[in-house]
Design a protein around this ligand. Structure first.
Ligand code: NCD
Length: 338
């Protein structure tokens, strides 16, 4: 795909070479993310960061990524304080905000809302999560993390075994990650969830049709053996009709040191998109694993900044100008004043 000026709505837009490109640019961002070098390549550019659902990591890491490239960030963080609460349409909001910004990141509770919003936007829009549907930047950072963790162990993404655990019905991160893995070969998926919270059938069908093997189970301990990666998720309480309904499933699947040691290969990488629900009745990923060398959750969040810097660099077409940022403003503007 051509990243320049593109909206990023779904992982289905990517080919394997696109992913490689994002990862290469992300690698080059490390010095800037670690403040060992400074770039002002996006000096004067504005990110419209529009979050109509709770977010800490995604919102802040997109914001930090833009700042690290020298750009400025403007945010809305609440439906109540935005004009959407006065009945404004996504179309009008998009027309307005895209007049203020050079690129927009949007999170919204409704499936398909970000795609709809992007149609009216005059600048590129990145999907920061649309309801239970997709979360493409999270999938990219998850896969980037998996690749780095497996490289370290001389393993590859092709042929790996991954277990996804928890609320696979509503979790947009697992929807995007598994669809991104469609591009790879011979992956073995173990999908561990309550019967009612299984991965949507259209996704498992696509995985099987692409030659991957899929095992669905409600038995966590049985599903944990023989994996390169475990990807745990939170019960997505906000997608249920009531907290009481979510309570039925909360705490059913928990990973702690004892369960890990008893069931997992010693090399198994532990991932979670975060936030992990650390309340006693949930505690899907126990703090007693915090010092475990295979716990990659904070490497995931660090990698998120690199991946998001890479996304901005490619979409705004400045990936080859980062080093020489003394040159004048150069980001992608063609769509802005059409
Ligand atoms: C996830 C999300 O919002 O989908 N969080 C994130 O962006 N890292 C996962 C979650 O909220 O459970």
């Amino acid at each position: 795909m051509d990243f320049r000026g593109a909206h990023i709505i779904s992982v289905n837009q990517f080919g394997r070479d696109d992913i490689e490109k994002v990862f290469t640019v992300a690698d080059n961002m490390e010095l800037y993310a670690h403040r060992q070098r400074i770039t002002r390549v996006l000096d004067g550019a504005i990110l419209g960061n529009m979050f109509f659902e709770p977010s800490t990591r995604t919102r802040m890491s997109f914001g930090c990524a833009f700042n690290l490239l020298g750009g400025h960030v403007r945010e809305t963080t609440d439906v109540k304080t935005s004009s959407i609460s006065k009945g404004e349409s996504l179309y009008d909001t998009a027309r307005v905000i895209s007049g203020y910004s050079d690129v927009i990141v949007m999170r919204h509770p409704q499936v398909g809302s970000v795609a709809e919003f992007s149609k009216a936007s005059r600048v590129p829009v990145i999907n920061g999560g649309d309801g239970s549907n997709e979360h493409p930047s999270q999938a990219l950072l998850d896969l980037y993390t998996i690749k780095k963790e497996l490289d370290f162990k001389n393993r590859e993404i092709d042929g790996m075994h991954i277990a996804m655990v928890g609320d696979l019905k509503h979790g947009r991160t697992v929807h995007s990650l598994s669809q991104l893995l469609l591009l790879y070969k011979n992956i073995h998926f173990t999908l561990i969830s309550p019967e009612e919270l299984k991965m949507p059938a259209e996704i498992t069908k696509k995985l099987q049709e692409s030659g991957h093997s899929v095992l669905e189970t409600t038995n966590m301990e049985a599903g944990l053996s023989d994996n390169d990666t475990l990807y745990l998720t939170r019960i997505q309480e906000e997608r249920f009709t009531s907290k009481l309904e979510a309570d039925i499933y909360r705490g059913q699947f928990r990973l702690n040191q004892a369960i890990y040691t008893r069931n997992c290969q010693p090399n198994t990488v532990i991932m979670h998109p975060l936030p992990r629900d650390s309340r006693n009745d949930a505690n899907e990923l126990d703090n007693d694993l915090n010092q475990h060398p295979n716990l990659a959750i904070f490497r995931q969040t660090d990698n998120g900044v690199l991946i998001r810097m890479a996304m901005f660099a490619l979409i705004l077409d400045i990936d080859d100008k980062v080093e020489d940022s003394s040159s004048s403003v150069s980001w992608y503007t063609e769509r802005r004043f059409e």
